[in-house]
Design a protein around this ligand. Structure first.
Ligand code: ADP
Ligand code: MG
Length: 753
């Protein structure tokens, strides 16, 4: 799936045979006319023809091209330029300048000669520029060029001129032949610059493209109906492919790219829209109704007044849950905005209606914290909350599963163990996933699957199938464009308000020489004011990283020892990381909560969700190793109590982009703005890696650059699916096929096909 070629994305390989009169494998093809020397017994050319038989390719180049995944003619067509050489920067002789700018000059060939040198055969060409002077062009081992040289032939040279007494000289200029009656405008104003591999030259590839485009573009199958193309200002596929290789002008270049970006995004949005629709039409859920008495009973247990944002989101959730179709909602709220209580509300609503809820968190530390919050809030009630964790003892697991199966457990809290274990739910009405960004689409699907067999008994009885309501929460503020792609099938609620009394967090970027002063400050605050703090070390969890990476990170133990024997000597330090046993982790978190541990040296296990209000000193080591949003998450651990928070980051200044990113971190406290920034600086690859979400990666679209096209494509896709649910109309068949082949599996749309 990952290796899907561009041709598979943009065009269905089509098997129409295209007969050409002949073909000759010509290694150097400079002529623009197409020559064929094929015999009638040669196989007809089609999009899936091996490239070896294309004009200008041959067995040797075919092998080289194979190395970069180009096997069929269609692969070549969709081998897009990564950039263009602008040939329009045309100069008069007197305007040539020594600079890094590509310049183009027109003249007629005066003479040329070849000379053996240590670097190989040097070819010098002298071009007379309007009798104003001569430009000398130099190539090495460029046998190709000579056969087209002819005295007085008009040429255009593009390169970076240098004055090398007595001549202006260009090394390896791009040469374009002009005929006398041709305008002096470039024939190809932009020359494609392709991603190459060893043994492959730009001009060869360009020539291969020039040869093949007129033959193969007519074979491309258009997936959009004609009137759609027109209405949405999209170039037709054949035009777009031609134009992306050899655009006639700047505008055409933009339009060609737009066509492909649009298509890539549109097809995904179609998939998401279908999934959404499918969800709405084919799934049934039990409506869970809120009454005044349920409402007041729930609120009674809350230790504080809800914020306006919490109220608004709860209203949205209550509305969703009262419907006979499953809620499918994403709650986005910055760190500390109080999402947990919203989840609790929803779970108590389910319980009041006699349904079980699942509350799943990505780390055990966080899941246990939720367990504690719930237990505390619901004590004095006959609530049974069942924990499901990975390392549970057999007897405990058996008891928990029994409680779940009999229905005596109303709320089930746990980690991913919930997905993997076959949990015999009794009457599952609601699934909540906390910190969703740590899971991904695939797991979401998996959880749904895991949830499917459970209610089977009650379903069979009722002879209908019911799905639970579904709420996913994330504190990682996600740029809108990413939300639309990764979570595009969900309704979105946004919580943009902090509970009252939040303390500001001051952030500092510390150079190594400032470290002692920071530790003095920490020691003083801990000693005199009984503050607590975290020291976060980017020791990467083994499972999260490919082998061999992260080994040079300062190890947790090192930091622990350095601090406990150095600047924080005499304080009670603790240490926590992901690979400790459950009991150990529990004990450490308990000791930290109760103040027994004053400074907790931790890996990112504390990154998400952990809520210890007395901890307000945060030190982050090797901060360059974290993404901005991750840093923001970490910072969200402090400033939760009555005192202001202090966050100081240590970093390695030589790391790429470190300064830039950390400056943004220091300056911005709004998670959404930080996420956008991070996204701009690092691009979409890293943080919201689509692959990590189980999605095939984008091949031409760039969520940062192409935001506007995304919004457009999304709107259009929703419209289309609304008008033609199931994409059943014949004119949509090709789009449907393309969407299914790319996203059918990952979006679980199998049954649509
Ligand atoms: P997050 O959205 O990051 O999951 P939490 O749900 O952990 O945030 O809430 C952060 C802290 O704010 C918790 O200590 C919680 O008890 C507290 N809190 C949540 N809502 C309110 C509120 N309306 N008023 C006061 N404190 C609140
Ligand atoms: Mg949380």
């Amino acid at each position: 799936m990952m290796a899907m070629s561009l041709s598979a994305i943009f065009s269905q390989d089509n098997f129409a045979h295209f007969h050409t009169p002949g073909y000759r494998d010509c290694p150097i093809a400079t002529a623009k006319t197409l020559e064929y020397n094929r015999t009638m017994s040669d196989p007809p050319l089609e999009l899936r023809s091996p490239i070896q038989f294309l004009k200008g390719v041959g067995p040797k180049r075919a092998e080289i091209l194979n190395r970069i995944g180009i096997r069929k003619a269609s692969d070549l067509l969709f081998h897009f330029p990564r950039d263009y050489q602008d040939m329009t920067e045309q100069r008069e002789f007197g305007q040539l300048e020594e600079s890094n700018k590509l310049q183009t000059i027109v003249g007629s060939i005066s003479e040329w000669n070849r000379k053996s040198t240590r670097r190989g055969e040097m070819l010098s060409l002298y071009v007379n520029c309007d009798n104003k002077g001569y430009l000398k062009a130099i190539w090495f081992n460029a046998f190709f060029a000579i056969k087209d040289f002819a005295k007085d032939r008009k040429v255009m040279l593009t390169g970076k001129p240098k004055f090398d007494h007595p001549h202006w000289t260009m090394m390896y200029p791009q040469i374009t032949y002009l005929s006398d009656d041709e305008d002096e405008q470039a024939v190809e104003p932009f020359l494609p610059i392709y991603p190459l591999t060893e043994g492959l030259k730009q001009f060869h590839l360009r020539q291969i493209m020039r040869n093949m485009l007129p033959i193969f573009t007519p074979l491309l199958e258009e997936v959009f109906p004609d009137d759609y193309l027109e209405a949405h200002k999209l170039l037709r596929i054949d035009e777009a492919v031609r134009a992306i290789h050899f655009p006639k002008d700047q505008t055409e270049k933009i339009w060609a790219l737009r066509r492909f970006v649009y298509q890539e995004l549109f097809v995904l949005q179609l998939g998401l829209a279908m999934r959404r629709l499918q969800h709405q039409t084919s799934l049934k859920a039990s409506p869970l109704k809120l009454t005044d008495s349920i409402n007041s009973q729930i609120r009674q247990r809350f230790p504080f007044t809800l914020t306006k944002a919490q109220e608004r989101v709860i209203a949205e959730i209550v509305q969703d849950m009262s419907q006979p179709i499953p809620m499918n909602r994403l709650l986005q709220g910055d760190v500390g905005s109080g999402k947990t209580i919203v989840a609790v509300y929803a779970m108590l609503l389910a319980a009041a209606n006699g349904y079980q809820s699942v509350f799943m968190a990505p780390t055990e530390v966080l899941a246990r914290q939720h367990l504690r919050t719930l237990t505390r809030m619901l004590e004095n009630d006959s609530f049974n909350i069942a924990p499901v964790f990975g390392g549970q003892k057999t007897a405990e697991r058996a008891r928990v599963l029994r409680d779940i199966a009999t229905g005596s457990a109303q709320i089930i809290v746990g980690t991913q163990a919930l997905i993997h274990g076959e949990i015999p739910f009794n009457k599952l009405g609601l699934v909540i996933i906390d910190e969703q960004h740590k899971f991904g689409v695939m797991q979401r699907a998996a959880l749904k699957l895991a949830a499917t067999p459970n209610a089977a008994d009650s379903r069979v009885a009722a002879n209908t199938s019911f799905d639970p309501h579904y709420l996913v929460m994330t504190a990682t503020p996600i740029p809108r464009s990413v939300t639309m792609t990764m979570f595009g099938d969900l309704d979105v609620s946004i919580m943009n308000e902090m509970p009252p009394g939040r303390q500001p967090v001051k952030t500092y970027i510390a150079d190594p020489e400032h470290q002692p002063a920071w530790w003095d400050f920490v020691a003083r605050k801990v000693a005199e004011e009984h503050w607590q703090g975290y020291v976060v070390v980017p020791l990467v969890e083994e499972s999260a990283v490919p082998k061999g990476q992260g080994l040079d990170a300062q190890s947790l133990i090192e930091v622990y020892e350095r601090l406990s024997t150095g600047p924080l000597k005499g304080f009670r330090l603790g240490m926590i990381h992901g690979r400790m046993s459950t009991e150990e982790k529990e004990r450490i978190m308990f000791e930290f909560r109760t103040g027994e541990i004053q400074i907790l040296v931790a890996t990112t296990v504390i990154e998400v969700g952990v809520d210890v209000p007395n901890a307000n000193l945060l030190t982050i080591e090797n901060a360059e190793r974290f993404g901005l949003s991750q840093l923001h998450q970490l910072r969200g651990r402090i400033g939760r109590g009555k005192n202001p928070g202090y966050c100081t980051v240590f970093y390695n200044p030589s790391a790429e982009n470190a300064q830039k990113r950390l400056k943004a971190f220091e300056k911005l406290s709004d998670g959404f703005r930080l996420a956008e920034k991070d996204f701009e600086i690092r691009g979409s690859g890293d943080l919201f890696g689509t692959q990590q979400h189980g999605m095939p990666p984008f091949r031409v679209a760039d969520l940062v650059r192409d935001k506007e096209i995304l919004y457009e494509a999304r709107g259009d896709a929703m419209c289309l699916v609304q008008g033609d649910p199931g994409l059943a109309r014949p004119e949509h068949a090709k789009l449907r096929k393309q969407m299914l082949s790319r996203y059918g599996t990952v979006l679980n749309l199998g049954d649509v096909g």
